[in-house]
Design a protein around this ligand. Structure first.
Ligand SMILES: Cc1cc2nc3c(=O)[nH]c(=O)nc-3n(C[C@H](O)[C@H](O)[C@H](O)COP(=O)(O)OP(=O)(O)OC[C@H]3O[C@@H](n4cnc5c(N)ncnc54)[C@H](O)[C@@H]3O)c2cc1C
Length: 390
């Protein structure tokens, strides 16, 4: 099962890359992940290892020095990283997503300036939508960008920004016209570089899981951002640009769900054959067979839905329906599978000596971030109804 995702990949080159990343994860990540996680320490050597494999440039076009691989390959890589430690796929998520937004919607100057820097990476990227009073309802943001000569002045507060301290560039959603109706027409996205006067990274959140990668507040106090850093160069398209990029984020999170669920399943099916109760391995008790069969079926469905969403994105079509379904199913299934794996382990699963407690703490963030499960259902329903005009 652990290598099934690579086996499901149609492109043999992508399959080989995913397999290589899986080998690296088994060798470098699995032995140290819980140690880093319990210390909430940024895994610098592992991030360097990801950079050495070119993963930060996985979706950057070749003309800017990147690998320019498919979303199918990207999804597989995220599964493998998360099988070792979910936070690693979080570290590259906003980086790849912002790189995608620049590549798809940036001006030529923005592409030439930023994309080569994302490959090594010379700088890493963060995405900043959420505010104290606006999460699911992203159009309710209050951060404003006001034109001032050749610049914009940004004012407001953001929160829950993954990679919020170590990023070199932040894709920030703002209001350039707070009175616009509909609201999204007054929303614009800016590429704000670290070190911009008036821009600072604040409090770091102490989280249940998803440790090692920092999640912070950001403050904008008359932050002076050149007009050349308005994504795409025109006001009013930021909301569409960011929503499109979020499809990439949702594929990443769906893949993370598959990876964590895979790790929990792998541990559970091995343990069930080793642990003896009432004179036989617990796997031979039919109740445990049924439990493992249900876990494996959900895991396979999550993997195939994630692949399906990635392939749709590769086709160049809008994939919010597919990415929404994949993210919804995979992350909810992951929570269930991790809990079932804990049950199979009995008391020992509750110990910090095994990684199950980490999977259990890591699972919930995936049903929240990049849009909660409720929001995915709304996105799915809105897409479905378009196919059934009355
Ligand atoms: C660890 C972590 C990392 C994050 N990283 C980032 C990041 O890098 N960048 C970023 O911008 N944000 C990030 N976020 C924020 C995340 O995207 C939001 O937390 C999420 O979108 C939910 O918003 P909220 O927390 O404001 O909850 P709310 O929007 O207040 O929702 C609260 C509850 O109400 C429900 N709800 C809301 N609206 C509806 C509706 N219309 N119908 C039914 N139910 C509804 C929600 O599903 C949820 O159950 C991160 C969050 C976490 C926890």
């Amino acid at each position: 099962m652990a290598r099934d995702f690579a086996a499901d990949i149609q492109d043999p080159v992508a399959g080989q890359i995913i397999s290589n990343v899986g080998t690296w994860v088994d060798r470098e990540v699995v032995p140290v992940a819980s140690e880093y996680e319990h210390a909430d320490a940024f895994p610098e050597p592992l991030v360097q290892g990801m950079a050495d494999m070119g993963l930060f440039g996985i979706k950057v076009p070749e003309q800017y020095g990147g690998l320019d691989l498919s979303f199918e390959c990207y999804a597989g890589v995220c599964v493998e990283l998360s099988r070792g430690w979910m936070s690693l796929a979080g570290i590259i998520n906003t980086h790849v997503l912002v790189g995608y937004a620049i590549d798809q919607y940036g001006t030529e100057e923005q592409k030439n300036y930023f994309l080569p820097k994302l490959v090594e990476p010379e700088i890493r990227c963060a995405l900043s939508i959420t505010e104290p009073d606006a999460g699911s309802d992203a159009q309710a943001i209050k951060t404003q960008a006001r034109r001032d000569g050749d610049d914009y002045l940004l004012n407001g507060q953001k929160m829950w920004v993954t990679n919020g301290q170590r990023a070199g560039v932040y894709l920030v959603l703002t209001k350039t016209d707070p009175e616009a109706k509909p609201q999204h027409k007054g929303i614009s996205a800016f590429l704000v570089e670290a070190g911009t006067p008036g821009f600072s990274s604040g409090k770091q959140f102490d989280k249940l899981g998803y440790k090692g990668v920092e999640t912070t507040e950001l403050a904008f106090d008359d932050a002076r951002v050149p007009a050349t850093r308005l994504l795409g160069g025109a006001e009013g398209s930021g909301f569409q640009h960011v929503m499109s990029a979020l499809e990439v984020g949702r594929i990443n999170v769906a893949a993370r769900g598959v990876g964590v669920a895979q790790a929990a399943f792998d541990d559970a099916i091995r343990y069930a054959q080793q642990r003896v109760a009432f004179g036989k391995p617990i796997f031979e008790h039919q109740a445990q067979q049924i439990r493992l069969a249900e876990m494996a079926t959900k895991l396979r469905a999550a993997r195939l839905l994630t692949l399906d969403a990635a392939r749709k994105k590769d086709s160049g079509e809008r994939s919010d329906l597919d990415a929404g379904m994949a993210k919804l199913f995979s992350t909810e299934a992951c929570q269930e599978i991790v809990l079932e794996a804990l049950r199979i382990h009995g008391g020992v699963g509750y110990s910090k000596e095994l990684p199950l407690e980490r999977y259990y703490r890591d699972a919930p963030v995936m049903v929240i971030a990049e849009g909660t499960s409720d929001i995915q259902k709304i996105v799915i329903a809105r897409n479905l109804v378009r196919d059934y005009p009355v």
